[in-house]
Design a protein around this ligand. Structure first.
Ligand code: FES
Length: 296
């Protein structure tokens, strides 16, 4: 199957999507009885793939089958924001030696498999040993107006997000955080891995206290102890990131996107293709079947 096969399918795509949902439900059943029993490295052909549990921003409405996976971040001493890429090790699986990028982080097993869907599994940057500085860079057509003052290829920096506690774009309420789009592990290759960064006081409070008051709802946002531990490891100074590929048919959604209001998504991440909605302040473990990389 080529990288484009699950993008914007035509008439026959609907059937494949429905099958995918049934598969997802069956997989969820597996998870209920203990996903630890599933060996995610035994699926062939290709390298890696199989049942994978990623930490994701929750899908709350629309046809998307699950949330979009988070990219854990770190901030360098000069303020540059980069994604964490696990250390690469070699493992022998069914007689073959393959590269595996996998690590324990914040109580979770974080691996390159989190991003193996929507054709991304074929991208060079998703190969465990692809050489990259892992920095997030602003792309050719950034998703937010404030980014247009920066040239494509500018490294994303915490300084760009200084007004994160008050930022707004006229959609929904102000003060939920400041977003920016970029790409990751995509230099020297034509495949662009799109990411969305969000620096938010809500994420900052959730990581520090497990709950956060926010201007878009009366009730505080809350996370479990497990998720709080994960946020402490995967975010920094309120900065989080996710792979910005809709899990439905792979469009690029937007935080506080124009058009989301009609679907009650002014303060969420909204995909304009078929109206899927994601809640960046609800981080959930998400079990799905990662696609194998084509070789390895
Ligand atoms: S809702 Fe269909 S691609 Fe996003």
């Amino acid at each position: 199957m080529s990288a484009d096969d699950d993008k914007y399918p035509g008439e026959s795509g609907r059937r494949r999507f429905v099958k995918g949902v049934v598969g997802g439900a069956a997989l969820a059943g597996v998870g209920a009885t203990g996903s630890a029993a599933v060996n995610s490295l035994t699926t062939s052909p290709g390298a890696g793939g199989g049942a994978t549990e990623a930490m994701a921003i929750e899908n709350t409405a629309g046809p998307a089958p699950r949330g979009m996976p988070q990219v854990p971040i770190e901030i360098q001493s000069d303020g540059t924001i980069k994604g964490v890429w696990p250390e690469v090790t070699q493992q022998t699986v069914q007689g073959r030696t393959i590269d595996v990028a996998e690590m324990e982080l914040g109580g979770k097993t974080y691996s390159s498999e989190w991003y193996q869907f929507c054709g991304v599994e074929t991208y060079e940057g998703i190969q465990p040993s692809y050489e990259s500085d892992n920095v997030f860079y602003i792309g050719e057509s950034p998703g937010f107006e404030w980014q247009s003052e920066f040239d494509a290829g500018t490294a994303m920096n915490i300084d760009m997000f200084e007004n994160y506690e008050t930022w707004g774009n006229g959609v929904g309420v102000d003060g939920l955080g400041k977003p920016g789009t970029g790409n990751w592990r995509s230099q020297d290759t034509e495949d662009t891995i799109p990411i969305n960064v969000l620096r938010s006081p809500v994420i900052e409070q959730l990581a520090a206290n497990g709950e956060a008051q926010a201007p878009d709802q009366d009730e505080p946002y809350t996370v479990t102890d497990d998720v709080q531990t994960w946020l402490q490891a995967s975010t920094s100074q309120g900065v989080m990131a996710w792979l910005n590929k809709c899990t439905h048919f792979c469009c690029v959604p937007g935080f506080k996107a124009e058009g989301g209001a009609k679907f009650n998504a002014s303060n969420e991440v909204y995909c304009p293709c078929h109206q899927s909605v994601y809640e960046p302040f609800s981080i959930v473990p998400t079990l799905f079947t990662a696609r194998p990389r084509p070789d390895g």
